[in-house]
Design a protein around this ligand. Sequence first.
Ligand SMILES: Cc1ncc(COP(=O)(O)O)c(C=O)c1O
Length: 361
Amino acid sequence: MNLTPFVLERHFAKYEFDVPYQLSCSDCEPLRMPELLAMASPDSIRMWENLQFLYTDTNGHPLLRKEIAAWYGNIRQEDLLVCVPEEGIFLTMNALLEKGDHLVVISPSYQSLSELAIDKGCSVSRWEADAAGIYQVEALKSLVNDKTRLVVINFPHNPTGAMISSGILEEIIWFCERKGILVFSDEMYRGLEQNSADRLPCASSLSDFCISLSGMSKSFALPGLRIGWLACGDPVIFEKLLRLKDYTTICSSAPSEILSLIALQSREMILNRNLAIIRKNISLVNEFVKRYPSQYSWTEPKAGSVAMLNILTGQSSEEFCQEFLEKKQVLAIGSHLFNMPKPAIRLGLGRIGFAEALNRI
Ligand SMILES: Cc1ncc(COP(=O)(O)O)c(C=O)c1O
């Protein structure tokens, strides 16, 4: 396999742990062990303290899958495959695609959502938002052709914070199902809706043509656990994903599974904590753009922990980020790393240190 470098991850790898201020992290303020254990029930604490470091169930710990299913409400435990979130993308693209397939992928996107397919020899059409930042379903439909095998969506969206309604999600799914096209729905930021009524159903609960991805890294503030999952109700597809996983991680980390279980059992508490941080940071950005209207603008995110801040000064995003890094020791991710044409930076609204980093602009 000859894989194109993942520019965003390489950029983070180069600077993340040496630069004191972070403006663009996509996760929510990572929890600390005492905070998490304080939420655990006596049963979960017993599981944690008596943990044996065995290989774990390939599909994922049954109790963890039960709790994930309970979060969705209408997903069967046996349709869940626990994996690392990024691994879930890797498994899907490699198990389900062949050279020559065509995909429609939301754009901009987390790079692996399109890159793995391109590196496999597939062609990709990019589904972009209109001038108002809205992802129009008709635009998506117009990109589909006879070779389209997969449509890749991501709501709440990284990096813009855009959302679609449940009605539009259903329209995409029914359209794809009628044409025999699979839908890969990246739902890593689900649970972080500004208005909880906007929360989308898990796509795979709506159709067996869908594979949903989610995990602990963003909405649940536990990126270091490296726990996520795929949900898919089609047994043939599920089996293909499972078989490939035998060649990636085989099974998940035993401690991480128990800690994920504890977090999911306290999901409302964690989601509310994270939403409170995001709301505070959204109001800071609103004040900021009001203060400097000729230099910056933004569209407040409807959901998720990220959004874009447009740079109106004439500087490119690359120049802006470099200057910001050198002069202010702030790591910011520019729109160039997402192949976006307009100068902008991603705002990571889920972090407590965001205010200090923003102040340094
Ligand atoms: C949209 C999206 N999908 C998947 C992932 C992968 O998650 P993880 O880094 O926890 O493997 C990310 C991480 O930034 C993401 O933003």
